[in-house]
Design a protein around this ligand. Sequence first.
Ligand code: PLZ
Length: 421
Amino acid sequence: MSSSEELHKRRLAVVAKGVGSVVSAYVDHAGGGTLTDVDGREWIDFASGIAVTNVGNAAPKVVEAVRAQVERFTHTCFMVAPYESYVAVCEQLIELTPGTFEKRAALFNSGAEAVENAVKIARHATGRPAVVVFDHAYHGRTNLTMALTAKNMPYKHRFGPFAPEVYRAPMSYPLRDGGLSGAEAARRAVDVIEKQVGGSNVAAVLIEPIQGEGGFVVPAPGFLPAIAAWAKANGAVFIADEIQTGFGRTGQWFASEHEGLEPDLITTAKGMGGGLPIAGVAGRAELMDAVHAGGLGGTYGGNPVACAAALAAIETMRELDLNTAAQRIGATLTAALADTGPGVAEVRGRGAMIAIELVIPGTIEPDPTRTAAVSKACHEAGLLTLTCGTYGNVLRFLPPLVISDEDLNRGIDILRRALLT
Ligand code: PLZ
């Protein structure tokens, strides 16, 4: 077996530089809350492959379901010859997403593809062009989703021109908007939408209930319900992008539930597949079914192996009550980070989606340099952490929801040491 150093050398000769990696340790195997690299070093996982392995890496039920499925058949294309597991995943999406109204669902391969399809459905159903998104939003890297994403570097820089009819409204960001209430921040956003776009032109308002790449921004209470109410009053489709927040991550099946939201459409990916690539759009039947037969699809969307993994992952979430686990992880992390010094402006998030925002002490000036240094110190000590945020000054923690108390506490010790020394 090659060492990480040897593999990295090989990589540099063949893998495009535009594809980055947070660490240059190459993974040999992973399970539960840890990864082991090819040099035999163990890492505590506070990343979950960016909020994907909520049920843990190589979760036993997922492994078994995938193995059984690949032996039966690997691919037929649901648009050619359908199979039960696709239908069963859609049944689960309809049952688990908030809202008791009649729903339909469709499956895709990646988060970006789910977002693209949600926008297609909203435009088709309303006959309107405009899509409203928010400051700090992240929705993907395809051409339309780059347009929907806020941050230039690294996602958009020199990749334009971007898709038209995308409009950006101000977000509720309590630490950085002077403490506007949810209602005030919503009024500010609605004012921009009405003055710059016009309510009757809006096909969809698309928002992450807690922003992911943008910095784990939790909007002030009341902001999301007010935006959803505006969408309803103006005949626009309210789409919650729950790709990062979904499937137990925030301590509920979907983060929309924290404020009683019933989005018209929800996009899901990441956690739903237990590590295999699968995504979905679920929502109001009259919107989903507005699209003509054959208008939605793709070769691999809802691939049978990915569907088998998703069904096993969802079953694992239910059996192990991972929503409760996420709440417990969140409470432990939040308590452990409460006294980490004046450079930590805020500890925020919900459930096992927790972050700290680092600033120059005594100000709210972002401190990306220290953020990178703390992250590096964590990596050197064997804790896999990620950064995020428009200003690159947010450290985020996304442990698998099955992480043991022992691994969680070992991770927290490393983190505290990195922050306090
Ligand atoms: N919507 C809310 O978080 C993916 C991307 C990391 P894909 N986030 C991690 C990176 O640098 O590429 C994401 C998300 C939200 C959409 C997406 C896109 O999902 O599966 O990466 O396409």
